[in-house]
Design a protein around this ligand. Sequence first.
Ligand code: ZN
Length: 314
Amino acid sequence: MMDSGLAVVSRGTMAATAATSLGLMAAGASAATGAEPRAGTAATVSIAAPDVLRVDKQVQGTALVVFSGVESRTQVRFNFGDGPGTDKRHGRCKFSSAIANPQNCTIEMGNDCCAPGTHTSTAIVGTTKVQRRITITPPPVRWTPPAGWVQPAGWSVLDRGAWYHACQNVEWYVVRANQPARGRQIVQDIPGELAMFAIETNLSFAETTVPAAADLTFAWKETGAAVLGGGGEIWFDIDHRWVMDDWRGFGMVTTPDGWRGYGHGVLVLHEVMHAMGFNHVDDRASIMGSAATIGLGDLDGLHTTYRDVPCPVG
Ligand SMILES: [Zn+2]
């Protein structure tokens, strides 16, 4: 039964948003003729599937067909997504059971789908055919420099282009092991900084408690620099004074002992930019240059690589 790529699934896996149902209970099925009605006349069939689904969000049972009231004389058939094979099975119930308890005489078939495009699922029982169409949409894309693209002065991307895809929900996590007692503020500032990036990128950010689920990880370790970032990770140095609470704040700050310089909020903004895929630039008005705040060049980069890229459909 698996040769056509179809598999039996439980109702629990059904990603159903809509269903088409057609009862086959012919008007004459219970007529008092004394003769048992034709095979298949006790059966009903429905196909459940979303209308639109992203190719990377499929699960087994993306399209699920449920035949019920299937008796042993009846063959049911299901073809999903214009696929190469049709799955065929026979019921096991007696006709009287199929009539009395159709929910106990069910056959379910379903599978995950296929390449992006519009596909048709077809279920056949008796002389009845039920069809549903499903559109599989492409996976989300990450922005990369298009052919012929001219690098602007105010922003630049690392090798891969954008690290996240458009409209992604970026789950972030802080590895608190090794966090120094004087290094609390820089962590407390993270949600506010990400909220700003959410506005300018159309990404969303949510803290996760599952390290392995994190798309963006902050961690404390010996880095040799105050902070390092790139490709979804940011590291704070465990004993660099610049990441400690004395240097809290954004823009230029003055420490309690009279030093003046960038607040460590500037460092985090800069490193989050790296984590999202941005590189350094010479433009002194950009935070990826030497500015103490997000500049017009940075905004142009955030908008071009994230905010202005269409969200994936489905
Ligand atoms: Zn940097």
